[in-house]
Design a protein around this ligand. Sequence first.
Ligand code: NAD
Length: 312
Amino acid sequence: MKNIDQVQRVAIVGSGIMGTLIALAFARAGYQTAAVDTGEENLARARKTAAAACRELVNAGLLEESKLDAVLKNLSFTLDWDETIAKADFIVEAVPKVLKIKQDVFERCGNLCSPETIVTSTASSLGISEIAARMKHPERALVTHCFIPAHVMPIVEVVPGKYTSDEAVQLTKAVLRSIGKKAIVCKESPGFIHNYIQIAMTRAAISLVDMGIATAEDVDTVVMHGFAMRLAQLGPIRSADYAGLETLLHVLEYVHEKTGDSTFKPPAILKEKVASGELGLKSHKGFYTYSPEEVERGNQLANDAVMRTVKA
Ligand SMILES: NC(=O)c1ccc[n+]([C@@H]2O[C@H](COP(=O)([O-])OP(=O)(O)OC[C@H]3O[C@@H](n4cnc5c(N)ncnc54)[C@H](O)[C@@H]3O)[C@@H](O)[C@H]2O)c1
């Protein structure tokens, strides 16, 4: 497996919205980045998208005007599949969400590039074990699930499959960190982390509208000006620790009993924690462990989180 210093040339396969913005993220970090696609019209659209995205970054104060030319110089769009892939030190696939197309791309990359070159997929739901099933050396294949807008969103889910080596995971995390991303590893599963949570919350929000309990606008307002203020700083699990896990358990049991909706069935790990006295911040331990100083500060910690969001 290569080391991070040997990763200089990056190839992106597919220059749609994801591929172009991922290519831009690599180019901004100084990588020689080439995005390959299948027709001149796709390349022309991608060049336009990249130029507009750069302009937006400058306008938002996230990229200095003086650095713009250097970024664009690192970025090219090409139809020359074979040469681009053969030369690449790191490859990201961003073709449409169709298993056969992705499998063909991985098989072709596997035949063209060095066995040491990592090939990742931006797949948001398909698993890499299936995508890389026909590829040579599938131990260097994994998912790197990026989010729109991919040149700005900091998080990337790294999802190894049943063939992926630990070296491939470590190098991929290092490469992602080098372009300013937070890389979080999770197991192959429907929706991974981000979408599993997001779809559950969105389903609950739409159900409230469906049941006539509130309007869509009011549901959005409650979320935006309610728990989202805390979540942006703490995440849902630390928030639950701060509120008290026994409180969460009681609320879940009540809503589960009243609605009969299995979504609200308390997870076994929550029941076990409450039964063993791990109630969160107030008992020094919940899903996280807290220092005596944190316990002493108690609710102030949760309040500080909301203040940080208000300030931001
Ligand atoms: N759009 C999103 O919100 C989003 C978010 C996360 C992940 N994803 C994932 O990213 C991937 C790409 O999504 P997108 O929205 O950019 O799709 P898109 O349709 O905009 O772009 C796909 C590009 O791939 C090109 N392509 C097709 N076959 C090719 C081949 N053999 N070689 C080279 N290029 C080829 C197409 O011409 C097109 O330009 C999908 O797997 C999707 O699931 C998308």
